[in-house]
Design a protein around this ligand. Structure first.
Ligand code: GLA
Length: 383
């Protein structure tokens, strides 16, 4: 059995190079994974910051507070590695409250209508932390808890995180044990593997909420990015962003991303769904509804040549274009994140599934293992 340690990271195995390295944060360590103290939480617990590197030069920093990806470098068409994620410079900045930058989201990613659902005849009440609805697991969701961590060195370094959520935490039934493994692959992909088990029937929908701006310049919007999503239907929502229950064909609508399209093309359309979302903030349902790992979305940023592809075992994806960013949150390097300076592709089951029996079930039973994988892979397209 694994011993999960938050204070001391076990470094297993050794990278063939085994040379001592130091990086911008002054961190010195051996191999492809390092760890420094990130800061202290209000309850006195210490959070750590891990750095995962691969031989190409990709560097991903992740803290065990919220499982947050704080930075992630990817090469442009000239080979220059730049940070392509939104986030904060310090733990204290994350603690001030930011909109889920890079965080693990649970127990239930996305919305549950009116913060209520019924399971096996029992009614459950959750925090209404987003208008009338419950969003992203509630007030102190998985993005705001300290995860136990094990760092595993190797050619493809891993950070293994565990969080045990108590029965009734944030209103959800069952003790839920969640394991998330981040693996930085040698092909410039980050794989995120999630498993969870419960001791009572419950609902689960886990995701990661990284915001990307592939230009590497967070002073720019993402409107020029070109997006393709292998989805033939999307979920129309009401004015509080709860799905109406309809699975609407994207054909003939501004939600059609079956071919690459600039985000700017439809984001300001005179369309009721776009108005409800303040832009794109909807769930797309994949044409391939198998639970195998399949490529579901790609994003291309013409200036840098960066391409990001998303593969997942999930049936759907929330494409959110940073419509709630309004310059009030200051991010890394003192940059104010203006409207639409980042986009998210959150792989998931459909929002509000616990209240919508026609949607694929998000119920997890004792004895079952919830299991899902999402891979974000970077490459470049030359002109
Ligand atoms: C999700 C939601 C958005 C917004 C962001 C966080 O992606 O769908 O409406 O709440 O999280 O700001």
């Amino acid at each position: 059995m694994f011993l999960y340690m938050s204070a001391v990271a076990a470094l297993y195995g050794c990278n063939s190079g085994n040379s001592e390295k130091s990086d911008a944060s002054g961190q010195k360590d051996k191999g492809n994974i390092g760890k420094v103290i990130y800061g202290t939480l209000p309850d006195g617990a210490e959070a750590d910051l891990y750095t995962l590197r691969n031989a190409n030069g990709m560097t991903i920093r992740i803290t065990n507070y919220g499982g947050i990806i704080t930075s992630w470098t990817a090469p442009d068409k000239t080979g220059k590695y730049e940070d392509i994620t939104l986030g904060c410079d310090s733990l204290s900045d994350y603690l001030k409250g930011v909109p889920y930058f890079g965080a693990l989201v649970g127990r239930y990613g996305n919305r549950i209508a009116n913060g209520k659902f019924t399971l096996n005849g029992q009614a459950y009440t959750l925090a209404q932390n987003n208008g009338p609805n419950s969003l992203h697991g509630g007030i102190k969701g998985f993005d705001k808890v300290l995860w136990q961590a094990i760092a595993v060195d190797g050619e493809e370094p891993q950070l293994k995180l565990r969080y045990v959520s108590a029965d009734e935490e944030e209103g959800f039934p069952g003790t839920l044990t969640t394991d998330v493994t981040y693996t930085l692959q040698k092909d410039n992909a980050l794989s995120i593997d999630y498993t969870a088990t419960t001791d009572k029937p419950t609902v689960v929908n886990l995701t990661n909420h990284a915001y990307f701006n592939l230009s590497g310049d967070m002073n720019k919007t993402v409107l020029d990015h070109e997006v393709a999503i292998k989805a033939d239907r999307f979920l129309p929502v009401d004015e509080t962003l709860i799905p109406t229950g309809e699975l609407k064909p994207v054909a003939g609508t501004v939600f059609d991303f079956t071919k690459f399209k600039k985000i700017s093309e439809g984001i300001n359309a005179d369309d009721q769904q776009i108005k409800f979302g303040g832009g794109y903030d909807h769930c797309w349902v994949f044409a391939d509804n198998s639970n195998s790992l399949k490529e579901v979305a790609s994003v291309f940023e013409p200036g840098s040549g960066r391409v990001m592809t998303v593969s997942t075992t999930e049936p759907a994806i929330q494409f959110y274009t940073g419509n709630f960013l309004d310059g009030t949150v200051t991010g890394k390097g003192g940059v104010s994140y203006a409207h639409r300076t980042g986009f998210c592709l959150e792989t998931e089951h459909y929002p509000d599934s616990p209240n919508q029996p026609k949607f694929p079930s998000t119920v997890l039973q004792p004895g079952e293992t919830y299991r899902t994988t999402t891979v974000y892979k970077f490459s470049v397209k030359q002109d």
